[in-house]
Ligand binder design. Structure first.
Ligand code: ADP
Ligand code: MG
Length: 600
């Protein structure tokens, strides 16, 4: 007798659930995808205990006719494709017909739905895959699905759930991605009754990003808009100053679907090369539209991965466009103007004559009033960052954020040095502080990178520099003596662990040679097998730029300051040093007035 049997449908569904329904966030993802595919303009999600007790998704989409509502829970039941050929041209988020039966197999589910134009709606109750009840009921147009006691019948999976807080975090991440992916749809997410996110209908992408990351972050974004023969690319990328310690603030959508794709992330990061410190990652929200026949979305049951055709040259296109956006936009961070009152530095009991106890008095001089921008920068940024997004604030933020003009590097008239470390300059609007070291580092870095051969050429030292090394350092030196020669350092053994530096790269200042050389050895000993050729040369040039640049506490005369600012203006990326730190900070006239409480 044969030993193979066909599994019963509800067993098969439970198995499928293992792939599709990993945790509450995956259910929210599937249900919201269905709501979007149903043409909803409003989607409300509510979770209790991170979704472990209950998940509700409510939409105003097409709804389902009574027969469809029942059929939707059958395995491989879908309204989105009809045949295999349709897989080549997927325009919906769903297509596998697996989500509803899988979810119903591992939870207690109830549904209410009414199709447009139908007089009454349909109700369904399904527990662990068994339909307990189906009935006619009143319902608004659209669909409401409630999932209670997730994994009540799959204890092994239930054990793997994290705390409700962690699960709520995953849910919130998923809803955030939808909100940024579909700014035209209004999303609301509630967790234990508290609103975590609320976006209005027909909002802009920038406003949706503000709702997720806060208006402050949204203000520091550069917009992106490009197209070639096979792709359209748009969205927002963070200025280097917005860098994060992980890749969690990177979102990529391909044809409306958020996807994880390392090749694309790397292509974006490549464009930030030389602007961010190692271990820092850019923030971005980018969208890509491709011909659906060129993307394979059927790679993973959760549909979070896609396969792209190599022939699209997408990575190159992305790197180029983003590098372009980073160059052409002004990257100067504004001064961090205190937003609240200066309670910290004011005397505990204000002296009445010194200032008004209430800080809401308007500015006295009429001419400075006329220079004031209409928008209250601070109130927009304070609210949206910490509390749920509200439509009224959107407008303030939107006006404030507008498209990025490309004003180029600002005109600067130097005023002088501060603490022998910063340069103060007057600009068209307000004051700029320039970090003299960071600025010089940027100038040298670009000079060196543009003509590496010229700057790694060896120059003989009149008096060789003697090095007394430790045994280990001597060993590292011996291992790398050829690479060092290629970089321009000519070194000679001098007996024991002593060496002579006979020639140094042209880029290195004579009296810094020993220090740079020792740093290089140190670098080699820590990165023995991880670095090669071009990257190493670049590393050395960054190091040389850093070591050769003027330092904090170096006094500069006015001609030197002027020359420094002119050279900075001539660089391709004058706004950050090669490590990603800002070279200059802007205090607008408005910022200054605000700090002095001339405006509020
Ligand atoms: P898929 O999305 O892959 O088609 P699902 O199991 O997620 O598979 O859903 C099955 C079908 O149920 C869908 O094709 C759709 O016709 C219907 N459906 C599910 N959710 C909704 C909804 N919120 N509004 C309208 N129809 C829905
Ligand atoms: Mg679906």
């Amino acid at each position: 007798m044969g030993r193979i049997v066909l599994l019963e449908e509800h067993v098969a569904n439970k198995i499928a659930a293992g792939e599709v329904v990993e945790r509450p966030a995956s259910i929210v993802k599937e249900l919201v995808e269905n709501s979007i595919d149903a043409g909803s303009t409003r989607i409300e999600i509510s979770i209790t205990d991170g979704g472990l007790s209950e998940i509700i998704v409510f939409d105003n989409g097409s709804g389902m006719a009574p027969d469809d509502a029942v059929l939707a829970f059958a395995r491989h039941a879908t309204s989105k494709i009809r045949n295999a050929a349709d897989l080549e041209n997927i325009l919906t988020l769903g297509f596998r017909g697996e989500a509803l039966p899988s979810i119903a197999a591992v939870s207690r589910l109830s549904l209410k739905t009414r199709a447009a134009g139908a007089v009454s709606g349909t109700g369904l109750v399904i527990e662990g895959g068994n339909t307990l009840n189906s009935f006619e009921t009143g319902s608004p147009q659209g669909t409401l699905i409630s999932i209670r006691e997730l994994f009540f019948n799959t204890p092994a999976r239930k054990k793997h759930m994290k705390t409700p807080n962690v699960e709520a975090g995953h849910v919130s991440e998923v809803v955030n991605k939808f909100a940024m992916g579909y700014p035209e749809i209004s999303f609301q997410l509630k967790s234990n009754g508290r609103i975590l996110l609320k976006t209005p209908v027909n909002s802009s992408l920038r406003d949706s990003i503000a709702a997720v990351y806060g208006a402050e972050t949204a203000r520091d974004l550069l917009s992106l808009e490009a197209a070639n023969d096979s792709a359209r690319l748009w969205g927002y990328i963070g200025k280097p100053s917005l860098s994060r310690a992980s890749r969690s603030h990177q979102t990529v959508y391909i044809n409306g679907r958020f996807v994880k794709n390392r090749i694309i992330s790397e292509a974006v990061e490549k464009a930030y090369h030389g602007m961010l410190m190692t271990g820092r990652y850019p923030l971005f929200v980018i969208k890509i539209a491709l011909n659906p026949s060129e993307v394979d979305v059927n790679v993973h049951p959760a549909k979070t991965e896609v396969r792209l055709l190599d022939s699209l040259d997408l990575p190159e296109f992305i790197t180029e466009e983003i590098a372009g956006a980073l160059c052409s936009n002004r990257l100067i961070p504004p001064a961090a103007v205190p937003k609240k009152t200066f309670t910290g530095i004011m005397p505990a009991k204000p002296v009445q004559e010194a200032w008004e106890p209430k800080f809401n008095r308007p500015v006295p001089e009429p001419d400075s009033v006329s220079e004031m921008p209409e928008v209250d920068y601070c109130s927009a940024s304070e609210t949206a960052a910490s509390v749920p997004y509200v439509a009224a604030e959107t407008e303030t933020a939107a006006r404030d954020m507008g498209a990025d003009p490309d004003p180029g590097f600002p005109w600067l008239r130097p005023i002088g040095q501060i603490n022998a470390t910063f340069i103060a300059a007057q600009g068209m609007d307000g004051m700029y502080l320039i970090d003299q070291h960071a600025a010089h580092e940027r100038i040298l870095y670009e000079k060196f990178m543009d003509r590496p051969e010229e700057f790694t050429v060896s120059e003989q030292l009149l008096f060789p520099v003697t090095l007394e090394l430790t045994h280990q350092e001597a060993q590292v030196l011996n291992e790398n003596i050829v690479i060092l020669a290629d970089l321009g350092f000519v070194v000679e053994h001098f007996g024991g662990d002593s060496f002579l530096i006979r020639a140094i790269p042209a880029a290195v200042v004579k009296n810094g040679a020993k220090e740079i050389f020792l740093d290089l050895l140190d670098y080699f000993s820590h990165n023995r097998y991880t670095i090669s050729g071009k990257a190493l040369k670049e590393k050395l040039l960054i190091m040389m730029a850093c070591k050769s640049a003027i330092k904090a506490n170096d006094r500069l005369g006015m001609p030197e300051i002027e020359s420094l600012l002119n050279q900075l203006a001539d660089t391709r990326n004058p706004y950050t040093c090669p490590h990603g730190r800002p070279t200059l900070i802007h205090f607008s006239g408005y910022d200054l007035e605000k700090m002095f409480k001339r405006v509020l």
